[in-house]
Design a binder for this molecule. Structure first.
Ligand code: GKR
Ligand code: MG
Length: 426
């Protein structure tokens, strides 16, 4: 075991990687053939390395590099100092960070996005030094398995010009039900989320009704990422009375969500209108949402996600977890956090089934799904080990794929030049 006094940060390595992603359809377009991530390795003076994973978009990488240099010389336990140094380093790097459909980001939110990746790596290093899992550093595990939900997407059979992928096409209720059945058969999921906002709302209502008919005991969620006006949201919410566990981000913004919440029978959830601590007070005051989807990648890491969980509990809000396309280091961090979050009230989201089994940066075998849940790794730190050959392969894939920023709309326009991003669309 490393001397605990030797946890000074001596260096940071940031490796961008790309992994295959199917053509998943959403409110702003379609997933590109490769999803980008950045793998963080934080070196300490005792020789231990801490791992983190975050977005791999070019602007985020520039911020990670600036912040990574700034935290060298601190200690993995000095989180207040590390966050302050990240904030200072980012003062000189322009622009607000963004990735996926995760709402409007302020400069404070950008700091949290960058800081989060280093905080996780620090906790991994600290856990390794102590010989204890990260869940112990977050207050201790209250569950040994973290439940996840099946994340269904409308999708094409293949990216244009490519061979069909293993999931095939899903563009109507039958395709969505077939996708659900396969995901449940392979992973044992006990809850289902459908990514909506791509087809006109009545078509998506039909897909939820088909799921409800075929899988009557399954909790269902629908998430159109703010594609609808408040009137359309109320229409969908009322049509789906009794069929949905929750309706996620039907419309954009706290006032619109509050208006919808007053007129639909099911709870509303969000990962778009409450994405920073400063959004919580107005959302609670207006009664805009009942459930927050946390995500340590942009809420400022695992410690600040625990803080969010406490605030949700205080105000009677439910807690679920948001996901973007990710690899195994992120799944390990999500699972350690889920284990140490008594306030978690719903199965978490994950894009995991959309990833090819042979593309990851961690050694295989630790993170496995059974009955829709991942057993919490009990090894030191996050409980996963970096596979350096795999990291090199996915970095080479990054180098060659030439995608440098996630842009679902630009990719869709390439395929369908008439396509326009419009919010709300219906
Ligand atoms: O991967 O297309 C996607 C999702 O739509 C993602 O970008 C969202 O951020 O999964 C997310 C959500 O729940 O809104
Ligand atoms: Mg969402």
């Amino acid at each position: 075991m490393t001397e605990l006094s030797a946890l000074g940060i001596t260096g940071v390595t940031i490796t961008p990687v790309a992994f295959s992603d199917p053509p998943l359809l959403n409110q702003v377009g379609v997933h590109q053939p490769f999803a980008l991530r950045a793998v963080i390795e934080l070196q300490t003076d005792g020789g231990l390395i801490g791992l983190g994973e975050t977005y791999g978009d070019a602007a985020h990488l520039a911020r990670l590099h600036a912040a990574g240099q700034a935290i060298v010389g601190t200690d993995v336990f000095a989180q207040h100092e590390i966050r302050a140094r990240v904030a200072l380093a980012l003062a000189g790097v322009a622009g607000a960070d963004a990735h996926g459909l995760t709402g409007a980001i302020s400069s404070g939110g950008t700091i949290d996005r960058v800081y989060a990746a280093f905080e996780v790596a620090c906790l991994d290093a600290a856990g390794r030094a102590l010989g204890r899992p990260v869940s112990d550093l977050l207050g201790g595990a209250v569950r040994d398995r973290v439940p996840y939900s099946a994340y269904l997407f409308y999708k094409w059979a293949s990216h244009p010009g490519a061979e069909p992928d293993e999931w095939g096409e899903a563009l109507d209720p039958d395709g969505i039900v077939a996708q659900a059945r396969r995901m449940i058969a392979e992973y044992g999921f006990g809850a289902i989320k459908l990514k909506g906002g791509f087809f006109p709302p009545d078509q998506e209502i039909e897909a939820i009704r088909a799921l409800h008919r075929q899988l009557p005991d399954m909790p269902l969620r629908l998430d159109p990422n703010g594609a609808w006006t408040w009137e359309t949201s109320v229409h969908v919410g009322q049509e789906l009375a009794g069929a949905l566990e929750y309706l996620e981000d039907p419309t954009i913004g706290i006032p619109g969500m509050a208006r919808v919440a007053r007129e639909v029978p099911m709870p509303l959830a969000t990962n778009m209108c409450v994405v920073e601590f400063e959004h919580l007070a107005p959302a609670v005051a207006e009664g805009a949402v009942s459930i927050i989807l946390s995500d340590h990648h942009y809420w400022g890491g695992l410690g600040r996600s625990r803080l969010l969980a406490g605030i949700c509990d205080t105000f009677g809000l439910g807690l679920s977890m948001h996901s973007n396309s990710h690899l195994g280091i992120s799944l390990a961090a999500m699972t350690q956090l889920g284990a140490a979050t008594p306030e978690l009230t719903y199965a978490c989201d994950t894009h995991w089934p959309w990833k090819r089994a042979d593309e990851d940066v961690i050694e295989p075998g630790v993170l496995t799904f059974r009955d829709g849940a991942v057993a919490v790794p009990t090894g030191p730190g996050l409980g996963v080990e970096l596979d350096r050959d795999a990291l090199a392969r996915l970095h080479e894939q990054y180098r060659r794929c030439r995608i440098r920023t996630r842009d679902d709309t630009a990719y869709m326009v390439q395929i369908d030049p008439a396509y326009r991003r419009v919010t709300p669309r219906w």
